[in-house]
Design a protein around this ligand. Sequence first.
Ligand code: GLN
Length: 480
Amino acid sequence: MNNLNINQIHQKFLQGKLSALELTRGCLKVIEKKNKQINAFLSLNDKAEEQAKEIDEIIKKEQRIPGLLAGIPVAVKDNILVKGMPCTAGSLILKNYYPVYEAEVIKKLRQNGAIILGKTNLDEFAMGSSTETSFFGPTKNPYDLQRVPGGSSGGSAAAVSSNMCLVALGSDTGGSVRQPASFCGVVGLKPTYGRVSRFGLIAMASSLDQIGVLAKNIQDTALVLRAIEGKDEKDETSLKLDSSTQIPVRAMDLGNLKIALPKEIFSEGLEDKIKEKFLGFIKKIEKRGAKVEKVSFPYLEYALSCYYLIMSAEASSNLARYDGIRYGGIGLKKIKNLEQIYLKTRTQGFGDEVKRRIIMGTFVLSRGFQEKYYLKAVRIRDQIKQEFQKTFSKYDFVITPTSPTLPFKIGERISDPLAMYLSDIYTVPANLAGLPALSQPIGFIDKLPVGIQIIGNWLKENLLFSFSQTLENLVLDKTI
Ligand code: GLN
C-alpha cells in the first residue's frame, strides 16, 4: 500500500481490493503506533472513518471514483483552518482557537473526496526550520529520532515520510515545505505565488506565503495541486489560470533542456558530502543530454537578509491581531486594564522566536529605519526577480541542493538563530521571486535523506513536474 500512488490506489478501490475505510484505518493505526514518538500530528479528525465510509458507498454504488482525491487520507499543517478542528499554529496563544470558517484549500480537498485525517505540528506561526519552536514540542525525523524533520512544515513531512498519511499540505514562506521534504525524504512543492488561494491560511508574511504539497512521488504531488489550485474571489492575489495542472505527469526527454546552476551556492556552509552527491547527480542528468551551466546570480548572496527583513516586517504586522481581544485569549486572571490584556497575552502567549521576529519587524518598519532596511530589501527583491527573469529567458530550470546541510540534531541550532536561518539559503529566492519550486529526494548520505531543488519559471508547474518525473525515474533507475 505504501508504494502505490493515488492513481493505483483508486484502481484498487474500483476493483474492490481496497476500501477508503481500510486505507484510513491503516493510516490511523500507524499514527497510533508512531505518533507518540514522532509527534507529527497535533489533533485528529474524529469524523475521518465516517467520511471514508461515505466515499466507499459512492464507489460501490456508482462504480466510479468521486473526485481526484476520493478516499485519500490527507494531513493538514496546523496553520490552515479546518472547521470543527482546533487550529493552533503551534502556539500557546491559539491553543483554544476553533475557526468558524474553513480554508479554501480544505473546501477543495473535500469537494474532491479527500479524507482530512488531522492537523500536523509546525514551528510556532511557521517561523523556523526545524519544528522545534512549536509550543507542543518538537517533531522528530522518522529516519533518525535524534534529528529534526526540518521545518516549519516538519509535522506534515514526517507524517508523509512515516506512512501516517498519503499526502499532506504545508505552507512555504521561505522554504517550509521544501526543506522538511528534503530532510524527510519526500517530495515538497511550493507553487507559483497566487496559484493556490491563501484564504484560511494563518498569515505569516503575506507576500511570500504559499500553501504547498508534500507527497511520496511527483504524480501525487501534481494531483493534489490540481485539486487545490485556482482563482478564489476571497484571495485577491490568487490567479486565474490559463491551464490547470496536467495529470498524469509524463516524463520528458532531457535532450533539449538547459539548466542553470547558480555559482554562488558553492560558498561556505554547503556540506562537502551534499556537494559531492549533488554534483554526482548533475553528471547523471548531463549524461542524459541536458546542458547544465554554471551561472552567476550576484544578488543571491543578499537573498537571505532580504528575506528576513521583508518576512519579519510583514509578520510583525500580521501578528498584531493576537492581542487577547480579537484573537488569542489565553485565560488570563486578575487583569486591571486593556493594556495589561495586550501585554500579558503577548508576553505569555508567544514564544521567543516569534517575539524576536515581531521586534525585528517593528524595528525595520519604524520611522528612520524604514528607508535603511525595509525599503532597501524591497529593492533587492526586485533585483532578484529580474535576475531570475533573465535566467529564464535562456534556461528552463534553476537547480540547487534544497538544503546546505543534512538533518541536524535536535537542540543543535535552536539557540543560534543565525545558524538556523542559514538552512533557508537556497529556498528563499523562489519565495522572493514568486516562482514555483520543488524539492525531491535523490538518495541518502549516512542513512539520511538528501533532496535537490528545482526552480521553474512563473506558472510553469507542468514543465517542472515533467522534469521532476524524469528525475524521479532516474533516481529509481527506471528507463526514461
Ligand atoms: N525557515 C524559514 C523561516 O523561519 C521559512 C519559514 C516558512 O517557510 N514558513 O522564516
